[in-house]
Ligand binder design. Sequence first.
Ligand code: NAP
Length: 248
Amino acid sequence: MKIVLITGASRGIGAASARCLATQGYVVAINYKSNHQAAEEVKSDILAAGGKAALFQADISDEQQVVAMFNAIETRLGHVTHLVNNAGVLQTQMRVEEMNAERINRMLTQNVTPYFICAREAIKHMRDSSYPVTSCAMVNVSSAASYLGGANEYVDYAAAKGAIDSFTTGLSLELAAEGIRVNGVRPGCIYTDIHADGGEPNRVDRVAEFLPLKRGGTPAEVANAIAWLLSDEASYATGTFIDLAGGK
Ligand code: NAP
């Protein structure tokens, strides 16, 4: 049985991934931090379509809550065989010269450390699962900001995503001999609520005309790439990235 944990699956790219993977035979563990109603709607949609899903509330920036979440998944569903490290946050747009250490550290503790901790716990589950370990996989949701830089808006976020790219490369090499694949996706400007947290809810519409494809992306377009990288169809892909940034 394929059991996928998606962090931050109550909204945006995580929610689209949950809906997509549920149609492909995964039992979906939906993690969220605080928006219970939104998470419940994702679960209801999956169940209504004949899929299987359960909710797991946890703040993934808290190591103990991550460990407790994995234990709860094992008890209620079984061992995690696939992981989508997705939950992430933005902060108000500003230039580097305005940033203080508290803000920068928050970016790292919210966007980098949780990916390591969730991966660590998922690896234990994958090894303990009766599902073939060579079919276990994870996808890290990075960002095109990692190579574009986020200038004048959020270089701290871009740097955190750069760390996720390095993490993806390094972990893929650590796990390759076992056959556990680790890949990344790098979305560009996608229509989700995250831009409101950056102080500009309509950011995607503002920048769309400057993108080669002349439009923002949808969460489903990112979810499709995540689903492919997790699947056995991507069996010879590890340590690689799919850029979903409209040509940027
Ligand atoms: P979003 O719509 O703002 O959703 C964020 C999700 O993360 C929510 O489900 C939220 O849960 C959850 N979350 C945040 N902090 C959490 C924590 N500490 N513990 C558990 N869950 C937490 O974001 P999104 O745009 O879909 O972004 C998803 C990923 O894509 C992020 O890594 C982001 O950096 C990346 N990305 C997004 C874009 C874009 O343009 N949207 C572009 C590039 C990369 P609650 O609902 O409970 O708060």
